[in-house]
Design a protein around this ligand. Sequence first.
Ligand SMILES: CCCCCCCC/C=C\CCCCCCCC(=O)SCCNC(=O)CCNC(=O)[C@H](O)C(C)(C)COP(=O)(O)OP(=O)(O)OC[C@H]1O[C@@H](n2cnc3c(N)ncnc32)[C@H](O)[C@@H]1OP(=O)(O)O
Length: 210
Amino acid sequence: MSAMPMERHELDDEEAAALEVLAARIRELCEAAVVTGTGAGEAAAVAAEVEALTARLAGRRHPAPPYAVSGNGVMDRATANPVTGALNPLAPPVRLTTGPDGVVRGEYTLGHLYEGPPTYVHGGVSAMVLDQALGMAAVVNGTPGMTATLDMRYRRPTPLGVPLSVEAKANRVDGRKVYASGTITGRDGRVTVEASAMFIMPTHFVPAGN
Ligand SMILES: CCCCCCCC/C=C\CCCCCCCC(=O)SCCNC(=O)CCNC(=O)[C@H](O)C(C)(C)COP(=O)(O)OP(=O)(O)OC[C@H]1O[C@@H](n2cnc3c(N)ncnc32)[C@H](O)[C@@H]1OP(=O)(O)O
């Protein structure tokens, strides 16, 4: 579990596209698994088939997931990231983009897999999405770091099954610390969650001369 990005394998476009489709199908499988009414016998039969499929995939394995790094050095294609990773079946995934204003934005819809209170998004899932968006805002700001603090304010319940927007921006840099804030907004334009965070660039990541 220790391979650093530069030690990881790269995917060609064809393999990446195929694995992205595989992740999408597994995501559908996960969703189906929590709502199925198929009954015990059929569930057991499907479990055996899934076990066989897993064995097929695991027959040849890398020590760690791929880690595509884009030209500007920002890991905006962290393919197995649990929030944005298109190759990760656990990721919704949330597509985050950055505007010229340095604001990180994304649109996403969450289904049954991410339910906390009935019909609403689990608060920890919203925290995960905001951690990622705020962290990316820190990266875009030129000051990547590890999450040191993450403060959440849940203003109103966040609904499942409707498009949500996330926005994040870096506000201030103080040495190795960068402060960022962001929101999740529902379809009615009302903010459901606010977050602020402080990221710290570990000393070994500080560029020489700083
Ligand atoms: C990192 C670099 C780069 C790679 C990034 C590549 C690009 C990424 C691109 C795209 C992704 C973006 C999205 C990612 C989003 C998700 C990120 C996560 O999930 S991160 C995992 C969760 N977070 C941890 O596991 C942290 C664990 N903690 C640590 O590693 C350390 O504690 C760390 C680095 C946070 C600080 O360690 P120290 O040794 O550098 O800090 P000291 O020198 O002791 O303190 C410096 C100052 O900071 C304060 N400080 C330290 N930790 C603090 C804390 N937790 N809360 C408040 N203040 C803290 C101290 O009091 C001190 O303050 P005074 O300068 O004296 O005023």
